[in-house]
Design a protein around this ligand. Sequence first.
Ligand SMILES: C[S@@+](CC[C@H](N)C(=O)[O-])C[C@H]1O[C@@H](n2cnc3c(N)ncnc32)[C@H](O)[C@@H]1O
Length: 447
Amino acid sequence: MKNKPLQPKTPPAKRPAVMKRPASAGSTASAEASIAKVTPARRAAFEILTLVGEGKGHSDELLHSPRIEALSAEDRNLTTTLVMGVLRWQIALDARIRTLLQRPEQRLAEPVSLALRLGAFQLLHLDRIPAHAALSESVELCRAAGQPHATGMVNAVLRKLAAAQKPGQRVFESVAAFSERLGHPQWLVERWVAAYGREAALKICEADQKEPAEGALFTENGGDLPQMDDGSRLVAELAATAVPDAKTVWDCCAAPGGKTLILAHRLVSAEITASDVSAKRLAQTEARFRRYAYAERIRCVVADATATSGSQSFDLILCDVPCSGTGTLAANPEIRHRLKAEEFPRQASRQKAILKAALKRLAPGGKLVYSTCSLEPEECERVVAGVIAGTNIVPSPVEALLQELSGAGMLRQDANLSSAVRNGALRTLPGVHSCDGFYAAVLEAAK
Ligand SMILES: C[S@@+](CC[C@H](N)C(=O)[O-])C[C@H]1O[C@@H](n2cnc3c(N)ncnc32)[C@H](O)[C@@H]1O
């Protein structure tokens, strides 16, 4: 290969499959010849998807590695489209491919599955890619990855797919059918149906398959405001509106700092402490803050928010806890492939520990905003209910805060957030609201 292999932030223990060469793979010369026939974008996409599949990197990080930055703008765009598209549609692509295999139950080697998914995604979802390019380069990728015996099958499956009719109009679909069609694990969608209803679950799945929505909630965007999802910004705007005269503010899970920046932008006379348990993430956050003049008032501290040490109390605390991220699948498509239901209780116990410790630092009459980008009740309302039971902390409804933001002209008239309040807390849903799925509850300490 002419290009250097990709460098994920954590170097892989093994090289990507495209360069692994089992003894049975035929001559090195024929693999070299095959890879030379593959365009840089498809080659890069194949390597990134291999690393993501092996758990050796996050798609977003890998798509910003020096090797990808060195590609032409056109190749970078195609690489991104291929990686994000395959990750979003993987479940649906695999289901379609299975129907075209001679033995649908057969387990394919990972590089073969990957070559098939890449080809199928281009054939089914990209209008401007000639079918022969999608097909022949998938075959060459398969050969170059040391799977020459599978090239005939890859060719045959993709030919059948290219010739097949597009699916007809759907009258009614079961949850199982639309989960698969829209590339989601059925168990996850069933949870959303239980929590939010079938129509909302369908809209969430549809939204997850598109590029993340452009800002559609706020009237003011860009300028000296940080770039971030509108749902994430909405959480921070609500926090700033909840305690507009806050003098002391603590963002206890701050990295990468988007919400801290909104707090600093709005609360012009507040001293703001931003902490995170990860020194590396906080260092990147500090570097980000340097680009904004109003962020000079932010003090960054590496700290574990579950630690009970520290005596300072705060008028406003933002507790934007780590979570499963199921409200952000459009931007983070691979989460769906890694996630297991057992993860929710594990997340919840960490979230409860953070919230419990943070509440101890709240000044009398102060407010804490607990938030996640998860759609799962275990990580959201159930954490809050579990932690505040039997304490003198009370929930403070968010409706009035949304009205205040709207009355101040900050929200667009078509923002349609009236349905984004459940039991007094903010609950945005992708596809239902024009942003990622966020949960935020405002909690108030007795005076
Ligand atoms: C959801 S992210 C925060 C996003 C951030 N508020 C923003 O809007 O840009 C959660 C952060 O919590 C940090 N974290 C995880 N466990 C923590 C703990 N025990 N104490 C402090 N920070 C923690 C993670 O490193 C991660 O950066």
